[in-house]
Design a protein around this ligand. Sequence first.
Ligand code: UDP
Length: 491
Amino acid sequence: MAMAPSSLPATTTPHVLLIPYPAQGHVNPFLRLAKALHARGFYVTFVHTEHNHGRLLRSRGPSAVAGAAADGLRFETIPDGLPHAELDATQDIWALCEATRRECPAHVRELVERLGRTEGVPPVTCVVADGAMGFAVHVAKEIGLSAYLFFTPSACGFLGYLNFDQLVKRGYVPFKDESCFTNGYLDTPLDWIAGMISNVRLRDLPTFIRTTDADDTMLTINIKQCEVDAPAADGILLNTFDDLERAALVAIRARLPNTFTIGPLGPEVSPPSYLPSLTSSLWKEDDRCVAWLDAQPADGSVVYVNFGSITVVTRDQMVEFARGLAAAGSPFLWVVRPDMVRDGEGETLPVPEGFAEEVAGRGLMVGWCDQEAVLGHRATGGFLSHCGWNSTVESLRAGVPMLCWPFFSEQVTNCRYACEEWGVGVEMARDAGRGEVEAAVRELMGDGEKAAGMRRKASEWKDKAARAVAAGGWSQLDLDRFVDEIARAST
Ligand code: UDP
C-alpha cells in the first residue's frame, strides 16, 4: 500500500508530526490523516496526550497505540497540563484549551528535539497541528519546520470562527447583558458575512460568542486561532468537500488561500483494513450493535440516537427522550455514554422505571458504538444527532437524514446548514419534551413529503461525497496536492 510522494527523492523520508486536540472528534480525523500519509510513504508520529494514551491502553490494550514504529507510524505522548482526576470526571474543554495552550508548546518543542536524536527515526520535517492546538505552528516555525493547521470543524463553522473578530469589532459580541440570551437578540440577522447562507442569525454562529465577558476564554482563544495562528501556517486542512460547502470555502480561501479540502476522511481515504489495530476510539464499542441491526427486517427502519463524546444531558431530558422514542414506534439504537447524564451519577442507564421492558425487542441501548458501521448499515434510516461535524459528515457520507439537536460550539452552524442548505435535517428544540421528540422522530422516519425529500437529498450527498474522495475527485486531488507540498518542503 505504501507509495512514495511523487516528488520525493528516494533517500529522504519526510517525517510528519501530527498533533490533534485531545478530544474524540479531533483524534478520529487525525488518525485517518495519519494512516493516509503513512500509506503514501511518510514517516508519521502521532501525538496523544498522556491522558488519552492511557485511556486507549486501558480500553483497547497496547495494540491500539503500539503503532508500527518499525514501519514508520509511531505514537508519542505529551502532558496536557490538567490533573488526570479532573479529566476523568469531566471533559472540560474550557480548562483543556487553556491548559494545552499554556503547557504544550514546551513539550512539543522538546518532542521534536528528542525525535531528532532518536536512532532510526528521520528528523521531523513538518508539523500538522489541530486548529485548536494552533500554538504548535509558532513552535514549528521557530524550529524551521513547515507547519499546517487542520481545523476539524465544518467549513461553515470555521467561517463562523473566522468572523468572531468582526462580531466583536461591530459590537455584537460580547453580549450587553444576560437578557440577550433570552430576549430575541440571538435572532439578529447577519447578512454581511461573506460566504454564509443569507438568512444566518447570531444563534447560528459557534456558541462561544454567547458571552457577556470580552475576555472570555473560548472567545479569545478562537479569535487568536483565526487571527494569529492560522495566517502563520503554511496551509489549512479541512475535513469537508467542495461541492458541500462551496461558498464558505470561497470566503475562507479569500483569507487563507492555501486551504485544502480533504474530506470526508472516511474509508476511501483511509481503509479500515490498513493498520487495523490502530484505533482512536476512546470508549470501547459495544459489539452487539451490528448483530442487532442485522436482525431488523426492514431497511431504513431504525432511528439511531447518539450525541457524540462531549454532550451532556440532564436526567429529566433523558426521561423525555426515552418517552418520546418509545411513543414514536420506530426501532431505535440509543447510545448513552456512561458520563453523559449530568445529574445521573451512579445510574448506569438513567431511564424511567420499566422502560427497558416496555421497549424490549425494539430498542437497544449501549454505551458506545462503531458509529460508521451503524450509519452505514442498511437498517439505519435516521440519525438523531447533536450535529458534531464528524457525525454530520459521517451521516452525509452514509446518506442518512438527521434530526438535529445541537449542543454547543459550531454544532449550531452545522444544524442550520443541514436543515436550510443541505436539505437533510430537521431541527428539534433544545427543550423538546416527549411529545416533540415523538413528533420529530415520526416525521423523520415517516413517509411524509418532508422526510422523502430529506432522504432524496441525503442520497445525493452520499454520491457527491463518494465522488469527492474517489480517484480524480476534488478531495483526492487536494490530498495529493498537500502530500506533494509537504514532501517538497522536506527536501
Ligand atoms: N463516535 C463513535 N461512537 C459513538 C459516538 C461517537 O465512534 O458511540 C465517533 C463518531 O463516529 C465521530 C466522533 O466519535 O467520529 C464524534 O465526533 P463529533 O464531531 O461528531 O462530535 P463530538 O464528540 O466532537 O461532540
